[in-house]
Ligand binder design. Structure first.
Ligand SMILES: [Cu+2]
Length: 133
């Protein structure tokens, strides 16, 4: 009877800690460790054309070619977005939702890239690390 009680208390503690971690992750996606990935928008290519990042990281597109291009997340991308059509300048986008984004230039068929966003790890920046076992 007493052991059962203790088990229930422990489960409640674990559930509480998990809920707290989720809230922290939601409030500060990516936390202090978010990374900015630079992608070149060239004349009819993205470079790199494949990236794996963590939720909360940012893509920073920079136009380096001379033709007009845009940056559009389409298809089954978890979140769609769209830049202006432009020949120079930059476009920044922070990706929070995990999944595979297909990013294209709508002006040039075949000009595309794939970005895989993985779920961010549990945030530990605002809570002390768990004690070593
Ligand atoms: Cu283009």
């Amino acid at each position: 009877m007493k052991a059962l009680h203790r088990g229930a208390w422990r489960r409640a503690l674990v559930a509480g800690a998990l809920a707290a971690a989720l809230v922290v992750a939601h409030v500060a996606p990516g936390g202090a460790q978010a990374t900015v990935y630079k992608v070149k928008v060239g004349d009819n290519y993205f470079k790199p054309d494949e990236l794996t990042i963590v939720g909360g990281d940012t893509l920073q597109f920079k136009w380096i070619g001379s033709a007009i291009h845009d940056v559009v997340a389409k298809g089954k991308s978890p979140k769609k977005f769209k830049s202006k059509r432009q020949a120079d300048g930059k476009y920044k986008r922070t990706l929070l939702d995990p999944g595979v984004y297909k990013i294209v230039c709508t002006l040039h068929p075949g000009m595309d890239m794939k970005v895989t966003v993985t779920a961010p790890p549990p945030t530990t920046s605002t809570t002390p690390p768990p004690p070593a076992l």
